[in-house]
Design a protein around this ligand. Structure first.
Ligand code: PEP
Ligand code: MG
Length: 870
């Protein structure tokens, strides 16, 4: 095992061992680019070091030998008084963790060598500035001296002297600063600043290794799901100086614009400066094009290198360079970070430039990039200034700004008055739909990824943060508390549904929609896809959106969503409260008129495609009037208030989600399912009369017992035959079932012959498999995640071990009987890119999800598709 690898020995494929930075420096060296010489202490060494907290003696000797070799290669000497060798010591892990770990520059400077450097460069200002930077960085990184001790002295000094910036400082100033910095160092460590460069180097290497475990690096790894045991490599590299005179400078450039993706060098340059000056923003850099005016040969050489690097890596590069007295050095190259829009643009352009294949282009993208293309986002500048007020679940992506309202009614009123509104509630219910539709964003303090708010918001394409349990919402007082902060009605709130973050005030938004780019990615994804994506949609708006995102029909139209308009909710209530079948029939016939029109629209929109319509599912209490509506209910129905209250009381259930809902309602209130079936079939007959081909598929929810399915199917089929007989014409139809209880999954052998198709309702199936209420689990699931009891929220990503196992067994037993019947997934994980590969593996034919999740689902399918494909 090699502990030390020279740049000239490594390659770009050794990121795990050499870190991303080291591997790329090695690669650039091997293709002949001007890279300052250096070596890498590997991540293996880091892991050993972190275990023992010390460098072994053989390793120390190896490093000393490597320094000697570096001296030979550079014709400089470490600590010598002819040509002093100075080095940088940088961290570099397998995955880029920008500025999370430590770096020390100018190592090798001492009271002695600083004088030589000043004499050799004839630039004492530069030499002493370098030295004070070293003392400061070394003090901070190696000895943990708070940077502010150095910085506040420097600020006071400049103030005292009346200097506007560091640039005004001259050699004696820096000399004095160096002396004071050394005494600050002494004061905090009781030691002299080390005058032995080797001691500096060995301590610096250890400090960089230790910085792998500093709190910000740990947090970064948690956020980006980077393993904690990878460790960092350390690169030790000869320093070159961009601050050594007029023909020197430093800069950073991208080979394409990281915001738009457009081709062409995009970067900044600072004459006579060191890299950190560009980052620190003390001086305003010039556009890289200025270099063409001042140093045209260097600009040409750099442009050629940039093109070569992009061709070599076949991706947009982010390159750091330094010019030392008219000589160009490349210090770093890496695949450049970019916005979602730029990522998609670059991937498409690289294909048309013949540099990568379509398949490679698709693999460069992540599903959430497509999400971002569809929704506005916060401008990076405003995000940089803001700190989150709280964080909930990222339930529906996008960013939004508006004024907060605590009830649907208030939201609607404010919207009508021309305001942009955010609906903030403990949780939402179907009655809030009017307020949800007009909101820029929906925020709830309770509920998970499959809560009402989350599901509806995703369907609407409205940004949503659900289950933000730091929020204490008081709808009565019209205020919410989040830690110390109080949010009052009418206050501005900024909501990021992609990260789950909430911000006080109004952040600025940028539209990032680019449907042209999206279309290309959708087309390429579909070419590779071996599963199809359908939509969970029922309104015309949703269906049109779904179609524009390439939905292959409807996988779930939840008919209960059709009962909530002002004109429908009252007859629906009448149906529920009715005491006799006759009374119920009257209200049902009113509802049927609405449903017939709904289904006609639905089938017209989806003609030629599959359209799965699910019969009523939720518990009836969701439709019941609220106390303030009892009077009106009494007026409309003619029942006394007492009767209404009594009936509502009778319908109350302790645990409605496990109670009288789904097909159980179909069994006990046959009229409701009959009305819905009649409306579907009559709508299909009418639409097919216009010459369109329709494929209505009726789906029964929450079946647990084969007898439920048999009885319902028999009744509905008989009913449908009567309708056909009445109209003397027929349409093709199917009757299928949801697989959303564990019992149904275990008994698919019995159920398979009874249904024409199957769709896993993973929301309920997850609820019942774990016994975690889908409406209440968000709070404790978060704690489970924090404590590592669960590694993922099973409502966000399919639980393969449990729920997945039930599904796998169910599919296998259905497939033993029939290969023909379609099996889909219409719970929320159907639209989860991370779950899709597993769903393919277990034999799912299609996934169905909210319209705005469709593009990401197609991409995930294409990315996980096995080769070769047509
Ligand atoms: C499910 O349970 O996964 C499902 C799709 O049905 P709903 O969310 O409407 O209960
Ligand atoms: Mg369900």
């Amino acid at each position: 095992m090699k502990n030390i690898v020279w740049f000239s020995e490594g390659t770009k494929d050794q990121k795990e061992l050499l870190g991303g930075k080291g591997a790329n420096l090695a690669e650039m060296t091997s293709i002949g680019l001007p890279v300052p010489a250096g070596f890498i202490v590997t991540t293996d060494v880091c892991r050993q070091f972190l275990e023992n907290q010390q460098l072994t003696q053989p390793l120390v000797e190896e490093i000393i030998r490597a320094v000697a070799t570096l001296e030979e290669r550079t014709h400089k000497s470490f600590g010598g008084n002819q040509q002093p060798l100075l080095v940088s010591v940088r961290s570099g892990a397998k995955y880029s963790m920008p500025r999370m770990m430590d770096t020390i520059l100018n190592l090798g400077l001492t009271d002695q060598t600083v004088q030589t450097l000043a004499a050799n460069t004839k630039n004492p200002t530069f030499a002493y500035d370098c030295y004070r930077r070293l003392i400061q960085m070394y003090g901070d990184v190696v000895k943990g001296i708070d940077k502010s001790h150095f910085e506040s002295y420097l600020t006071t000094y400049k103030h005292k002297k009346g200097y506007p910036s560091d640039q005004s400082m001259v050699a004696p100033d820096w000399q004095e600063i160096c002396e004071v910095f050394k005494s600050i160092y002494m004061e905090h460590t009781q030691e002299r600043f080390p005058q032995d460069p080797l001691e500096q180097l060995l301590s610096a290497v250890q400090a960089v290794f230790r910085s792998w475990n500093n709190p910000r690096a740990i947090t970064y790894r948690k956020i980006h799901k980077i393993a904690h045991d990878l460790g960092t490599a350390v690169t030790v590299q000869e320093m070159v100086f961009g601050n050594s005179g007029a023909a020197s400078g430093t800069g950073v450039a991208f080979t394409r614009d990281p915001t738009t993706g457009h081709r062409g060098l995009f970067g900044e340059f600072l004459a006579c400066a060191q890299g950190e000056d560009v980052v620190a923003g003390v001086r305003t850099p010039r556009p890289i094009s200025d270099l063409a005016k001042t140093q045209p040969e260097i600009h040409a050489q750099f442009s050629a290198i940039a093109e070569l690097l992009e061709d070599h890596y076949k991706d947009m590069q982010d390159i750091e360079f330094t010019i030392e007295k008219g000589r160009l050095f490349v210090l770093q190259t890496r695949n450049g970070k970019r916005t979602a829009k730029a990522a998609v643009q670059i991937a498409i352009d690289l294909v048309s430039e013949g540099k990568i294949t379509k398949k490679a282009a698709l693999h460069r993208l992540t599903p959430d990039m497509l999400d971002q293309l569809l929704h506005p986002i916060f401008s990076p500048e405003s995000l940089a200034k803001a700190s989150p007020l709280g964080q909930g679940l990222p339930a529906s992506p996008g960013a939004a700004v508006g004024r907060v309202y605590f009830s649907a009614e208030a939201a609607v009123n404010a919207h009508q008055a021309g305001e942009k509104v955010i609906l903030l509630r403990q949780e939402t219910s179907p009655e809030d739909i009017d307020g949800m539709v007009v909101s820029e964003a929906i925020v709830t303090s309770r509920g998970g990824m499959t809560s009402h708010a989350a599901v509806v918001a995703r369907g609407l394409g409205v940004c949503c943060v659900a289950g933000c349990d730091q929020l204490a919402v008081d709808s009565f007082l019209k205020q919410a508390r989040c830690g110390e902060a109080i949010i009052q009605e009418g206050d501005y709130l900024s909501v990021d549904g992609t990260t789950g973050n909430l911000y006080q005030g109004a952040l600025s938004l940028v539209a990032s929609q680019d449907f042209g780019l999206l279309q290309t990615i959708l087309d390429w994804s579909k070419e590779r896809a071996d599963l199809v994506v359908r939509a969970n949609a029922e309104t015309i708006e949703e269906i049109k959106t779904a179609a524009s995102f390439g939905a292959a029909g409807i996988g779930l139209a939840r008919t209960e969503h059709m009962f909530f308009g002002e004109s429908r909710i009252w007859p629906m209530r009448q149906v529920i409260l009715a005491e006799t079948t006759e009374e119920r029939q009257v209200a049902l016939s009113q509802l049927k008129t609405f449903q017939l029109n709904d289904f006609k629209e639905l089938l017209l929109q989806t003609k030629e495609q599959k359209c799965v319509i699910r019969l009523l599912d939720p518990p009836l209490h969701e439709f019941l009037p609220r106390p303030q509506e009892y009077e009106e209910m009494a007026k409309r129905s003619g029942y006394s208030l007492e009767k209404i209250k009594q009936r509502i009381h009778d319908l109350q259930e302790v645990n409605p989600m496990m109670g009288h809902r789904g097909s159980r309602l179909g069994i006990t209130y046959p009229e409701i399912y009959e009305m819905q079936t009649a409306a579907i079939i009559e709508a299909a007959l009418q639409v097919s009369d216009t010459g369109s081909v329709v494929y209505p598929e009726i789906m029964l929810p929450l079946i647990s017992i084969s007898e439920e399915m048999r009885v319902l199917r028999e009744r509905l089929e008989m009913y449908i035959r009567q309708i056909f007989a009445h109209y003397q014409k027929e349409v093709p139809f199917k009757i299928g079932m949801m697989l959303e209880t564990p019992r149904a999954c275990l008994l698919t052998k019995e159920l398979a012959p009874l249904a024409d198709f199957f769709s896993f309702g993973t929301n309920d199936l997850t609820q019942m498999t774990f016994g975690f209420s889908r409406d209440d689990a968000a709070g404790f699931i978060q704690r489970y995640l924090d404590q590592g009891i669960l590694s993922e929220d099973p409502y966000q990503h399919l639980d393969k071990a449990g729920v997945g196992q039930l599904m796998e067994q169910a599919i296998a037993s259905i497939r033993q009987q029939t290969k023909e019947k379609a099996i889909g997934v219409c719970g929320e994980v159907g639209g989860d890119p991370q779950s899709i590969a597993f769903l393919r593996e277990i034999g799912i034919d299609y996934v169905s999800c909210s319209p705005y999740r469709i593009p990401a689902a197609w991409l995930a399918i294409a990315q996980s598709a096995p080769d070769p494909l047509s």
